[in-house]
Write a new protein. Structure first.
Ligand code: HEC
Length: 113
């Protein structure tokens, strides 16, 4: 058995590669402010509390998770959403590769501003 323990977010992500990784998320998330889809808009997500957009109906699980979105918390969440916020309703199994996640997060740090 392999134990997958996501470690601290890597700071060496490649935003150009991360843009391609965002295809994993784009079916459900838009980056424009106020553009909620299946999932909430990710515009301005860094520094925001989980479950904070007034115009999106979140699960109670994500609202009470107490997560503040930073590169580190997002890394943990994307690696294994159900482990990071048990019971949340994001239908995504997780991105296993830490270098893929670092690329994606580097892209999101630019694209969600
Ligand atoms: C199949 C649809 C789907 C996919 C794919 C998906 N998400 Fe989500 N996401 C959701 C839903 C639905 C929620 C709200 C979950 C809840 O309320 O429990 C969510 C919530 C989130 C949140 C919390 C936002 C907030 O305002 O607190 C973040 C961050 C997030 N997703 C990032 C991602 C990223 C990054 C990816 C790609 C790796 C991704 N999601 C893939 C549907 C999706």
């Amino acid at each position: 058995m392999t134990l997958l323990l996501p470690c601290a977010a890597r700071a060496d992500g490649d935003a150009a590669r991360g843009e391609a990784k965002f295809q994993d998320c784009a079916a459900c998330h838009k980056l424009e402010a106020g553009a909620n889809n299946v999932g909430p808009s990710l515009h301005g997500v860094f520094g925001r509390k989980a479950g904070e957009l007034a115009d999106f109906r979140y699960s109670p699980a994500i609202k009470r998770s107490g997560i503040i979105w930073t590169p580190e918390t997002l890394d943990r969440f994307i690696a294994d959403p159900q482990a990071a916020a048990p019971g949340n309703r994001m239908p995504y199994a997780g991105m296993a590769s830490s270098s893929d996640r670092a690329d994606l997060i580097a892209y999101l740090q630019q694209a969600t501003k």
